[in-house]
Ligand binder design. Structure first.
Ligand code: PLP
Length: 391
């Protein structure tokens, strides 16, 4: 197989972020990064708050949040009346779990490609209610049919919720969420799509997926400040959503009852429009083309350095800006070994990547964003090979 050709940098991206140039930052997928223009937009909102705090909170905030939410919803192809800003996907998952009437013997179904904190939240909700958490086991690179069939087969009479990831975190897969939703339609089992990695990384029409709940972080790939996620709720569920915090907008119902929780920092949501503007100014398709080509290049460079034949590398689902490099067998057996290796890579190589233990093996996940350059993956590859040879 020919090595992928790295893309030309997108003009104007060298100074777009304020990342420390001494660090090789190959993990945009973890918590994102905020462009300088968006940092400034948020700072202006903070300045405005501090100039007259009461005015900021008490006059027009509900309307301003609604305006920003409508823009985010339009970007994601979601019904603006069905969307609410929440702080992050973690919060949305607890909000949805809190809105179910879980009883003893009920079941929640997830997959083994799911995110750790979501697994903890489901375990916690199930333990409180005496419900069961069923984790569907899949292979590392399952086909779409395998995902749909396994999830559909796991959902039964007692299933109160299925959670399926749109883009998976430890394994960088793209799951056929619309097909999962349609396979479960008619069974009465609601579906929550964890789309933490989708906004800004993949073009999406949330309404076309038809999930009961869909939530994506705008602070990963859509250049919003941390603390910005959009939850989309199907009409049948909107009145059943139980906010985790009850405050002044409670009587207004969803989405205001979810969004307004007293004196919080609302500037990330208001500045999210600046993030979308920055993304559009670069050109969405140019960003996607750049990032997918660069991560392909990086996967080959790092894969070769750890001794893998490029033909055996895990597939890269179309449109993803993240890719996997399996680590040599025996190196990472569990999550604490994965975290220890991640820390060693950060300390000794000055590089940020993601390392997870999955299926008894270490998986290194690389990301590519407009600030990354091919040379960073080459340098990282050489240094990683030396680090692993060192033992
Ligand atoms: C698939 C998935 N779900 C949920 C989360 C949690 O996101 P947050 O920390 O913003 O709540 C992440 C974060 O990386 C994720 O990858």
């Amino acid at each position: 197989m020919c090595d992928p050709t790295p893309p030309e940098p997108i003009p104007g991206t060298d100074l777009l972020f304020s990342l420390d140039r001494a660090v090789t930052y190959l993990n945009h997928g973890a918590v994102g990064a905020v462009p300088v223009s968006v940092q400034r937009a948020q700072q202006r909102l903070r300045d405005e708050t501090e100039a007259n705090p009461l005015r900021f909170y008490a006059h027009g905030l509900v309307g301003r949040v609604s305006d920003a939410r409508r823009e985010a919803a339009a970007f994601l192809g979601a019904d603006p009346d069905g969307c609410a800003f929440v702080g992050n996907v973690t919060t949305a998952v607890s909000l949805v779990l809190n809105s179910l009437d879980l009883h003893s013997g009920d079941e929640i179904v997830t997959t083994d490609h799911g995110y750790g904190a979501v697994r903890f939240a489901v375990d916690h909700a199930c333990a409180r209610a005496g419900a069961v958490h069923t984790v569907v086991e899949l292979s590392l690179c399952p086909t779409d049919d395998e995902v749909v069939d396994a999830v559909r087969a796991a959902a039964g009479d007692r299933t109160r919720l299925v959670i399926v990831d749109h883009v998976t975190s430890p394994t960088a897969r793209l799951f056929p969420v619309a097909r999962v939703v349609s396979a479960l339609r008619g069974t009465g089992v609601p579906v929550l799509v964890d789309a933490a990695h989708v906004p800004g990384q993949l073009p999406v029409r949330v309404d076309a997926i038809g999930a009961d709940f869909w939530v994506g972080n705008l602070h990963k790939w859509a250049f919003a400040p941390p603390g910005t996620a959009l939850l989309a709720v199907a009409p049948a569920w909107r009145e059943k959503v139980r906010p985790l915090v009850v405050s002044w907008e409670h009587a207004a119902g969803y989405p205001h009852s979810v969004e307004h929780q007293g004196t919080l920092d609302y500037t990330p949501w208001l500045a999210s429009t600046a993030g979308l503007r920055t993304l559009r100014s670069l050109g969405l398709s140019a960003v996607h083309a750049h990032n997918t080509a660069l991560v392909a290049y990086g996967q080959h460079a790092v894969g070769r350095a750890v001794g893998l034949d490029p033909d055996t590398l895990p597939s890269r689902p179309a449109g993803l800006s993240m890719a996997l490099v399996p680590l040599p067998a025996g190196l990472v057996g569990d999550q604490s070994a994965a975290s220890a290796l991640c820390e060693r890579i950060a300390d000794r190589l000055g590089a940020e990547v993601s390392v997870n233990a999955w299926g008894g093996r270490g998986l290194l996940r690389l990301s590519a964003q407009v600030y990354n350059r091919a040379g960073e993956y080459d340098r990282f590859a050489g240094r990683l090979a030396a680090l692993l040879a060192d033992g």
